[in-house]
Design a binder for this molecule. Structure first.
Ligand code: LLP
Length: 441
């Protein structure tokens, strides 16, 4: 297997990540286990930050889209790399605050922010709120007025660009629950509305066309549509955009059907986007706005590996072999949700040739609970350690306690040493919020 980043097979034939032997990690911390390589995360953050510094004179900010993997350590890493963060709930915001993240560098998203989330965001002093509904604009205006402050906002607009990705993660098609459409005039109307609010300061626009996208052209097209709209707003409303936030969405490698982009290669996505902004501004004679991007997946996905122990093995002759592991849809629901593909290997026999095609079955009580149904592996035995690659984004963050399984702990590896960033759960944790009314005792 042709690895990138810090993954390699060591002299024992074991998989290594960030200099740590995965078999040793499984022994030390147990399985299932989410393992994150800190060097990869930092490299990716730096590539984006440096590209903006070098190609756009630093007039912008990289925001880590923390929905991809939110825990205190991630906000601490983002802070130390000099990048901001986007949050999509009161819970993510609270986590960032607990980690000492500067509120001014936080952008708050969501298509239906709750009144208590907006109020909490203002209490924290969140830098910018991205408005996605009239009701939200009203709520923010009221909360800001009550506090005697002016809140920076962006408007989420929908440029109507179809990106080639899974329908569930496309966000800028005409039929979308997100954003004010440029095409049907909704974006112009909300611009007028927000400009007339005394306690909202409209900084500009945000758009996010989808996730796991490889074609640069989709981003360029979105930029072009946004700039055309910005030019119209200046002409009609005398509103000059100060900030343009182009969202996230850059694709990552899951299997060999995906491109393998080295960390440095992500510079090209941002360069294409920056070039399109510069060109559009020149064409329309607009002032260059600050540029923001919000990569999530491309920062953490390939930094993560999930380790499992093989348990039951069931062969259905002529049909299929199920290799059951100690995880499942409760810690990685992406195959169930999106039919997402992954690459797996046996971490303790990583140099052996693959001889079988198997399904990796989870331990939940339902047939659809698979991590995938076409993994190539050496003939696995009970007790082998399975490593599923590229599990750093949207795995832990979408995990649940379904079947009252534990959400696995996460460790962060640096220079071969691993430490917890998310502790293991206990049975007590599972019943912590249960209440047994006296009459049922
Ligand atoms: N900004 C906004 C407004 C977003 O909605 C998203 C992702 C991002 C940034 C980050 O996009 P990324 O760089 O990670 O592609 N659960 C799905 C992914 C949902 C993505 C939602 N929005 C999955 O597991 O594939």
């Amino acid at each position: 297997m042709n690895f990138r980043n810090t993954l390699k097979i060591n002299e024992k034939g074991h998989l290594e990540i960030g200099g740590a032997d995965c078999v040793e990690l499984a022994k030390q911390f147990g399985t299932p286990l989410y393992v994150y390589d800190e060097a990869h995360i930092r490299n990716m953050m730096r590539v984006y930050r440096e590209t903006i510094e070098e190609e756009y004179a630093g007039r912008g900010l990289v925001l880590y889209a923390s929905k991809a993997f939110s825990c205190e350590a991630m906000y601490a890493i983002a802070k130390s790399e000099g990048i901001g963060a986007d949050v999509v709930s009161g819970g993510e915001l609270y986590t960032a605050m607990q980690a000492g993240f500067p509120a001014r560098d936080i952008y708050m998203h969501g298509n239906n922010k709750l009144p208590q989330e907006i109020s909490y965001a203002l209490d924290c002093g969140v830098g910018t709120i991205v408005v996605d509904a009239y009701s939200e604009a009203d709520l923010i205006e009221a909360e800001a007025q009550r506090r005697g402050v002016i809140q920076n906002v962006l408007l989420r607009i929908n440029p109507g660009v179809e990106a080639h990705t899974h329908a569930y993660v496309q966000t800028a098609t005409p039929d979308s629950k997100f954003g004010f459409s440029i095409q049907d005039g909704a974006a112009e109307q909300i611009t007028r509305y927000v400009l007339a609010r005394k306690h909202l300061r409209l900084m500009g626009y945000h758009c996010h066309i989808g996730s796991q996208i490889f074609e640069k052209q989709s981003f360029v097209l979105a930029v072009e549509k946004c700039l055309k709209f910005m030019a119209e707003m200046r002409q009609k409303l005398n509103f000059e955009t100060e900030e343009l936030n182009m969202g996230g969405g850059f694709g990552v490698w899951y299997t060999d059907a995906d491109a393998k982009i080295p960390a440095e290669g992500y510079r090209d996505y941002l360069s294409a986007l920056i070039a399109a902004v510069k060109k559009g501004c020149a064409d329309y004679n607009l002032r260059l706005p600050r540029i923001l991007i919000e990569p999530g997946r491309s920062i953490v996905a390939e930094a993560g590996v999930t380790l499992y122990t093989v348990g039951a093995i069931r062969e259905i002759p002529g049909l299929r072999k199920y290799v059951a592991i100690d995880g499942g849809m409760f810690e990685n629901p992406r195959f169930c949700l999106y039919r997402s593909k992954y690459t797996a290997l046996l971490a303790n026999r990583a140099a052996e040739p693959c001889t079988e095609r198997v399904s990796l079955a989870g331990k939940c009580c339902e047939s659809g609970d698979l991590i995938g149904d076409d993994f190539n592996l050496p003939a696995a035995n009970t007790g082998d350690i399975v490593a599923v690659l590229t599990t750093g984004a949207y795995n832990y963050s979408m995990a649940s306690n379904y079947n009252r399984n534990f959400i696995p702990p996460a460790v962060l590896v640096k220079d071969g040493k691993a430490e917890y960033i998310v502790k293991p759960q206990t049975y007590e944790d599972l019943v912590r919020n249960d209440v047994l009314p006296a009459r049922l005792k």
